[in-house]
Write a protein that binds this ligand. Structure first.
Ligand code: GLY
Length: 306
């Protein structure tokens, strides 16, 4: 069995720059948590990404509310925030909360109060561009892209997720991203998974936990992603419901990665000991069969999705 000491996988092309910045944390310092913090905060700070952190589209009242989570697969501790306002790095707060055994999942005013009291940077998260889009399009934009990342160092796995959620959502709406088992799950003895897509659809099941359970039952990580996703979609279809876009990333305890999507194509970023230069890959869904390829120059220049 091939054992990969260092590996990292992330949703969407927007993760590429942050993954490059996380190189030293992962490969030199052997610190998966630092790598996740570096890479996810890079996405949170970038105003060009409108579904995560600063520059994210606001809720129906014009206020950016963020959700984030972090889970350590060695200790099984997790931290999460939901409906967090005016704090620059939601993932940093979730990481700190993961060190607690009580009060590790905070929402709304309480989450903000905790962040302010513990010295996390306050910030107006609404960019001019997001504000303008809110004024012009608040009834029409529905898609969104959550940043999810899983990292493995020499001693275990962790995962982190951050999002500003559905554009123009009802104030207080929370998606799957801070919900353990649904938006993310991590167990270093087995593997880790995380979801991006319409949170209401993801939360009708425990998709991330399902992926990890299938790995535990002996499935390879790619098959586990596909099985979890398509069993979930089938179950919803049986219930008379057609789910929207959902994509999953996963990593097993050996550092091997899997991806599944119900979209036509879903880009993600990977790096590991053999391929330490983070690269974008595309998972193409052809009638339920996943085809994964490294993104070429033409694809990279034409992609407008995130
Ligand atoms: N998947 C993120 C959300 O629905 O908010």
């Amino acid at each position: 069995m091939e054992y990969i000491k260092h590996a990292m996988i992330a949703t969407w092309k927007m993760s590429l720059d942050g993954m490059h910045q996380a190189y030293e944390d992962l490969f030199v310092k052997d610190d998966r948590k630092a790598a996740l913090l570096t890479a996810i905060t890079d996405v949170e700070n970038n105003p060009d990404y409108h579904y995560v952190g600063y520059g994210g589209f606001p809720n129906a009242c014009g206020i950016v509310e963020t959700d984030a989570s972090y889970m350590d697969g060695n200790t099984m501790q997790f931290g999460a925030v939901a409906g967090l306002r005016d704090i620059a790095s939601p993932i940093a707060v979730a990481m700190e909360l993961s060190g607690k055994t009580k009060d590790c999942f905070l929402c709304g005013e309480g989450a903000k109060q905790y962040a302010v009291e513990h010295g996390f940077e306050s910030k107006e998260m609404l960019s001019n561009y997001a504000c303008q889009q809110y004024k012009q399009h608040r009834k029409s934009i529905m898609e969104h892209d959550t940043v999810c990342m899983i990292a493995k160092d020499s001693v275990g796995l962790s995962c982190g997720v951050s999002t500003s959620g559905l554009p123009f959502k009802h104030p207080g709406r929370v998606g799957d991203s801070p919900v353990i088992g649904s938006g993310f799950y991590c167990d270093s003895l087995v593997g880790s998974a995380a979801a991006t897509g319409n949170g209401e659809d993801v939360m009708r099941g425990c998709l991330s936990f399902s992926v990890v359970s299938f790995i535990k039952a002996g499935m390879d990580v790619q098959k586990a992603c596909e099985t979890a996703l398509f069993e979930h979609l089938d179950r919803l279809k049986t219930a008379g419901y057609k789910a929207g876009d959902i994509s999953l990333i996963a990593m097993d305890r050996y550092g091997r990665c899997g991806v599944a999507t119900d979209m036509k194509q879903f880009p993600f970023v990977m790096m590991d000991d053999k391929h330490p230069d983070a690269s974008v890959y595309v998972c193409r869904n052809e009638n339920g069969t996943m085809h994964i390829q490294k993104a070429d120059e033409q694809w990279l220049s034409s992609w407008q999705g995130d």
